[in-house]
Design a binder for this molecule. Structure first.
Ligand SMILES: Cc1cc2nc3c(=O)[nH]c(=O)nc-3n(C[C@H](O)[C@H](O)[C@H](O)COP(=O)(O)O)c2cc1C
Length: 149
C-alpha cells in the first residue's frame, strides 16, 4: 500500500522588502529551493503571493510536510504564518508541480489581480477551501499554457 497523503494550506505575511526586482529575486530563490527539496521528498503544491501575503498548498507524506513546514515557518522572508488546514487527501491536486507558482502568465497575473481585488486577497477570510480552489484553478491554467511534451 502506498503511503497516506496529506494536504496542508497556510498563509503568511510577506516580509520581503524592496522593489519589484528584489521581490522577484526572492520569489525565484524560494521556488528554486522548493522545487529541488520538494521533489526529493515527494511533495507537490502551489504558491501564490502578492506584496502583502503568501498562500501555499503542500501535499504529500505527512513526515515530509511536517519537516518542510517547520523549515518554512522559520524563514524570515515572511511572518505570522497561519495554518488554515491539514487534512488527509485521497489524491493530489497538484500532481505535476513540485511547487507551482501562480503568476507566470499575463493571463493569470490578470486573474490573480481580480481575485486579489475582489477578496482583498485575505486568505484568512477566504479559508482553506477557497485558497485551494483558486490555486488549483490557476495552476491548471498554467499547465495548459506550459505546452508540456
Ligand atoms: C512563502 C515561502 C514558501 C516556501 N516554500 C518552500 C517549499 O515548499 N519547500 C521548501 O523546501 N522550501 C520552501 N521555502 C524555503 C524554505 O523556507 C527554506 O529557505 C529552504 O527550504 C531552504 O532550502 P535549502 O537549505 O535547500 O537552500 C519557502 C519559503 C517561503 C518564504
Amino acid at each position: 500500500m502506498s503511503e497516506p497523503l496529506y494536504q496542508l494550506v497556510y498563509y503568511s505575511r510577506n516580509k520581503v522588502s524592496g522593489q519589484d526586482d528584489a521581490l522577484e529575486a526572492q520569489v525565484d530563490s524560494i521556488l528554486e529551493a522548493s522545487r529541488r527539496n520538494n521533489q526529493a521528498v515527494g511533495l507537490t503544491g502551489a504558491l501564490m503571493f502578492n506584496s502583502g501575503c503568501f498562500a501555499q498548498v503542500l501535499e504529500g507524506p505527512l513526515d515530509a510536510i511536517e519537516a518542510t513546514f517547520e523549515r518554512i515557518q522559520r524563514d524570515e522572508r515572511h511572518g505570522d504564518v497561519s495554518l488554515l488546514a491539514l487534512d488527509p487527501i485521497a489524491t493530489r491536486a497538484f500532481p505535476n508541480w513540485a511547487m507551482g507558482f501562480v503568476g507566470h502568465s499575463t493571463k493569470n497575473a490578470k486573474r490573480f489581480e481580480q481575485v486579489g481585488v475582489r477578496s482583498g486577497f485575505d486568505p484568512q477570510r477566504l479559508g482553506a477551501q477557497k485558497v485551494h480552489a483558486i490555486l488549483r484553478d490557476l495552476t491548471l491554467d498554467e499547465e495548459g499554457l506550459a505546452e508540456r511534451v
